[in-house]
Design a protein. Structure first.
Length: 429
């Protein structure tokens, strides 16, 4: 039969196979389905013959592999045996290398060993409503002197404040009763005495005036009241940092204390502990009272050169005798601008100073002729901008019986008087 003429285009093929068009093999027609004369005939592929003997080939390969491995092992064994017998086997334990400390680390360890037994824990015991003494706080202290049967301990005033009884615990755990010889709220210092028979070490005193920024220092104390003789390491951040403090707890900053700033960790309980240099010398008394506990890496210590005169006065006299002008004062900033202009008649450029609001009878200020409403702006050439400045100048640079030059404004005019300093009662410090 002749093949009919092929259509001219794909759209004219009425029975075009979609399987072929999509690239799939021809579909086998179902029974009774008409077959297009233009469709390739369907040829059924004969089934693939089944392979026989697969299991036999596997076992033959397995046996051959085992035989080959045995032959290789027999050939290699003499060489492996010679290698094993020629290498000696060590029966001794591995040797541990000794840890070597650097020179600076040895200095630090030596400094701590020279000082740690002189650092003690101080426990504040106060009477309770039940009658028994209860622990209300703990701090640290430093044994700085041993004389006969007494040893002397310096600590912070706020560590012993309000105590009815004090206990000092030595580095070996020995607890001793302590007696307060004197207290100084202004510098936050106190001196105690204890029985010297158990004391084995006294700290060496250094010179805080020779400190340099960046110098390595160590803080030793009793952090949190439970970790006795803890050591922290840091550097001198600043040698002379002025920090205003409120010494009488009236909410007003009344003294500018000069302190050592360090990044050595000073935690609660370290108050009164030792700040030492790498020679093991005491250069400062740690004081948490003037440290910002919420700030990381900022701690303060009272320089030993500032503390020593106070310690001697407390040890010998039980108090510090300080000079005074004999006046009652208020800060200029406490008065409104109208009062400063109308009553005090201050020049417009004078905005700082202290105002005399009262005089002590028979005092140096009264005898020199000072009056109420005088506004003090200088003493011995140093600016006086606040009560803290006044106390700092008098306490650091003068003593009882000295004459100081006081510069002040009266009625708008600048004047100067020489005032002889008298002794200040300890109760008003």
């Amino acid at each position: 039969m002749d093949r009919p003429e092929e259509p001219r285009n794909e759209s004219d093929q009425p029975y075009a196979s979609t399987d072929e068009t999509n690239g799939f093999p021809p579909r086998r027609p179902s029974e009774g389905e008409p077959v297009s004369p233009y469709r390739e005939s369907y040829e059924e592929e004969p089934p693939a013959p089944k392979r026989r003997g697969g299991g036999k080939a596997f076992f033959v390969g397995l046996i051959g592999g085992i035989i080959g491995a045995l032959l290789i092992a027999l050939i290699a064994w003499p060489f492996v045996r010679d290698e094993m017998t020629s290498a000696p086997v060590s029966t001794t334990a591995p040797e541990q290398a000794a840890t070597k400390a650097t020179e600076s680390e040895n200095d630090i360890v030596s400094a701590v060993s020279q000082t740690k037994e002189a650092v003690v824990s101080v426990t504040n015991l106060q009477s309770s409503f039940q009658g028994a003494d209860q622990e209300t706080g703990a701090g640290s202290g430093v044994i700085y002197k041993k004389d006969g049967n007494k040893a002397y301990v310096v600590t912070n005033y706020h560590v012993v404040e309000g105590a009815s009884r004090l206990s000092v615990t030595l580095s070996d755990g020995t607890a001793l009763e302590a007696k307060v010889l004197g207290e100084d709220p202004t510098y936050d210092l106190a001196v105690l005495s204890i029985d010297a028979s158990k004391v084995t070490q006294v700290v060496k005193l250094g010179d805080s005036d020779t400190l340099r920024a960046g110098e390595t220092v160590l803080a030793i104390g009793n952090p949190l009241g439970i970790f006795a003789n803890s050591v922290t390491r840091g550097v001198i951040s600043a040698q002379e940092r002025t920090v205003p403090v409120d010494t009488n707890k009236d909410g007003q900053q009344d003294f500018n204390t000069e302190v050592i700033q360090t990044d050595a960790a000073i935690n609660p309980g370290n108050s009164g502990g030792a700040l030492i240099n790498t020679s093991g010398q005491l250069i400062g008394i740690n004081s948490m009272k003037i440290a910002e506990a919420s700030v990381e890496g900022v701690g303060f210590a009272i320089p030993i050169n500032e503390a020593l005169p106070i310690m001697r006065d407390l040890e010998q006299n039980g108090e510090v005798i300080r000079p005074q002008l004999g006046i009652q004062i208020r800060d200029v900033q406490e008065f409104p601008s109208g009062f400063r202009e109308d009553r005090l008649k201050l020049p417009n450029d004078v905005t700082r100073g202290i105002v005399v609001v009262g005089l002590t009878g028979n005092s140096g200020a009264e005898k020199a002729g000072m009056k109420e409403n005088d506004v003090i702006v200088e003493i011995n050439g140093k600016d006086i901008n606040s009560f803290a400045d006044l106390k700092s100048v008098l306490y650091r640079d003068a003593k009882v019986g000295d004459n100081v030059k006081v510069t002040f404004y009266r009625g708008g005019e600048k004047q100067t008087l020489d005032v002889k300093l008298s002794a200040q009662p300890a109760t008003v410090q």
